[in-house]
Design a protein around this ligand. Structure first.
Ligand SMILES: NC(=O)c1ccc[n+]([C@@H]2O[C@H](COP(=O)([O-])OP(=O)(O)OC[C@H]3O[C@@H](n4cnc5c(N)ncnc54)[C@H](OP(=O)(O)O)[C@@H]3O)[C@@H](O)[C@H]2O)c1
Length: 343
């Protein structure tokens, strides 16, 4: 049995959920996949960084972060200059990169992942930025290094979307997809159906941790658009960036519009779609009224859905109910296992 050294860059909700999941699955990883692991390093944005080749005391590390403390006191060895020094000097086997998404450039996550690959690690992320802005470069670099660049959790968290197109669907032709890919806006529209105002709905979503302090990336459709781009780039093989998506958020949906749709037996949804056209891909994110016959109609709360349009399976859809950092962590764990067993 081998013991893998793991480092984390970004250790917030997702990183911590993954650390807990890894611990819970440790016995299963040993029994079924023949490996153990040791978390040897963590780098954050504002809470310092720590490296210890013998393994970090994870319970204490998480407790320190919960109280807003720094990781620097857990560090052993020479002082680290920056995150790149941390990555390069760690000699780890696996890098989990879970820093915040940058919709416009994918940075600094792209540089973190590149540094990990160059240093001979498998690199795994839930961050959509590098998938959209550097998929080709990082995939080619990973191949050159004999390593993997995996990102299952970047769209629909732990639901198998990208891996579905890496094996189980040989020779299929993907013509397009339609779905609901942003949990926050789906919840907000649902709350407005329950007669909350837009502002009340946003406040409630913020109070339960679904909407960010600045919820504009969700409300204005940027998060949905970058997910459309990630799917187009990877599973359809046509790289596009968020500014190429015909994007409209939900700010203009009024309570009156919602009630009018309800009276007609319909619902508003923020619909994401992409379809092949003669010279590429036509991609959009926009509010649409959907009928009860649409599979989108019954996607409630924070759930997500995608339906793929293929030449052989006309109605292949995947629903993910109740996403959370724990479901995201599962996608990262699945990537780890697939990297280790060469899938
Ligand atoms: N939350 C979810 O369920 C979910 C689902 C799918 C995908 N994702 C993606 O997963 C990633 C992490 O999400 P999260 O919810 O865990 O975010 P989060 O709670 O805000 O945590 C972000 C982490 O990244 C660190 N960080 C910030 N800037 C950094 C930098 N320049 N270099 C290194 N570390 C940096 C932060 O450190 P400080 O706190 O010290 O600044 C923090 O540890 C994001 O890309 C997100 O889009 C999340």
């Amino acid at each position: 049995m081998s013991t893998l050294s793991i480092i984390f860059v970004g250790f917030g909700n997702v990183g911590q959920a993954l650390a807990r999941l890894l611990e819970r699955k440790r016995k299963m990883l040993d029994e079924q996949f023949n490996f153990d692991y040791r978390i040897v390093g963590i780098a954050t944005g504002r809470h310092g960084m720590a490296f210890n080749p013998d393994g970090l005391p994870m319970e204490n590390v998480i407790a320190a972060l919960k109280t807003g403390g720094s990781l620097d006191s857990f560090h052993t060895g020479e002082k680290l200059r920056d995150t790149f020094d941390f990555i390069r000097s760690s000699e780890a086997d696996i890098l989990f990169e879970n820093s915040p998404v940058n919709h416009k450039t994918g940075q600094p996550a792209i540089d973190h992942l590149r540094a990990g690959l160059e240093a001979g690690m498998h690199v795994i992320t839930a961050n959509k930025g590098p998938v959209v802005h550097a998929y080709k470069e990082l995939t080619e670099l990973a191949e050159k290094q004999g390593k993997r660049f995996l990102f299952e959790s970047a769209v629909m968290d732990g639901a198998p979307i990208f891996s579905l197109f890496r094996g189980p669907l040989p020779a299929i032709e993907l013509k397009g997809f339609t779905g609901i890919l942003n949990s926050c806006t789906n919840l907000l529209i649902g709350l407005m159906e329950d007669e909350k105002t837009f502002d009340e709905a946003v406040s409630y979503a913020q109070s339960i941790g679904i909407a960010e302090t600045d919820p504009s990336a969700d409300i204005d459709g940027w998060d949905a658009a970058i997910k459309v781009c990630a799917l187009s780039t990877v599973v359809m093989g046509v790289p596009i960036t968020p500014d190429q998506v015909d994007r409209q958020g939900i700010r203009e949906i009024t309570p009156a519009m919602i009630q009018e749709a309800r009276a007609a037996g319909e619902r508003w949804k923020l619909v994401c779609s992409a379809h092949r056209v003669k010279d590429g891909i036509k991609a959009s994110v926009r509010p649409e009224r959907v009928r009860p016959t649409s599979p989108l109609f019954s996607i409630n709360g924070t759930s997500s859905f995608v339906q793929f349009e293929t030449d052989v399976l006309p109605g292949l859809g995947i629903v993910e109910g109740d996403p959370s950092p724990d479901t995201t962590a599962y996608g990262l764990l699945a990537d780890l296992i697939n990297a280790v067993r060469g899938r």
